[in-house]
Design a protein around this ligand. Structure first.
Ligand code: NI
Length: 171
């Protein structure tokens, strides 16, 4: 089922999400399935649970955008262990459609997370995968890519969004 993605302005996007505590349940499995379906339907490479109004520490990522079944990644209660180097690249967000900006991120990361069954694993990421991991895990802390921009750029985007809200074009 494709879920509704909440847009910038909804407080859930700027709220720190709670850890997932129940594993292996039908609810968790269907949330994960629906999040992948929603992400692919919107041509995204990552989606965090707060973006579908579920304030829990869960994100799905697929840098291949559905091309490679082995690229699907479910991260539950993820924590970075290592962040190294720097990369700058353009980012967008399904909750802030129509806006893309350069964001500086770590070049390489390693993180620890749990899977749907509750098992713990570690995973490395670089380039686009590392960027997606940092963007999505930010969502779990209520942080958006806008928070990484200069005040000037952030205000410009906020002003444009306010106009879209007034025009009824931001729902
Ligand atoms: Ni996002």
């Amino acid at each position: 089922m494709v879920l509704r993605i909440v847009k910038y302005g909804d407080p859930v996007l700027e709220t720190k999400a709670a850890p997932v505590t129940q594993f292996g349940t039908p609810e968790l499995r269907s949330l994960v399935d629906n999040m992948f379906e929603t992400m692919y339907a919107n041509k995204g490479v990552g989606l965090a649970a707060p973006q579908v109004a579920v304030s829990q520490r869960l994100t799905v990522i697929d840098p291949s955008a559905g091309e490679d079944p082995n690229a699907k990644l479910v991260l539950i209660n993820p924590e970075f262990i290592v962040k190294e180097g720097a990369q700058v690249g353009e980012e967008g967000c399904l909750s802030i459609p129509g806006f893309r900006e350069d964001v500086k991120r770590a070049a390489k990361v390693r993180l620890r997370a749990q899977n749907v069954e509750g098992g713990t694993f570690e995973v490395d990421g670089e380039e686009l995968l590392a960027r997606a991991m940092q963007h999505e895990i930010d969502h779990l802390d209520g942080v958006l890519f806008l928070n990484h921009l200069s005040l000037l750029k952030r205000d410009l985007i906020r002003r444009k969004i306010r106009k879209l809200v007034k025009a009824g074009e931001w729902q």
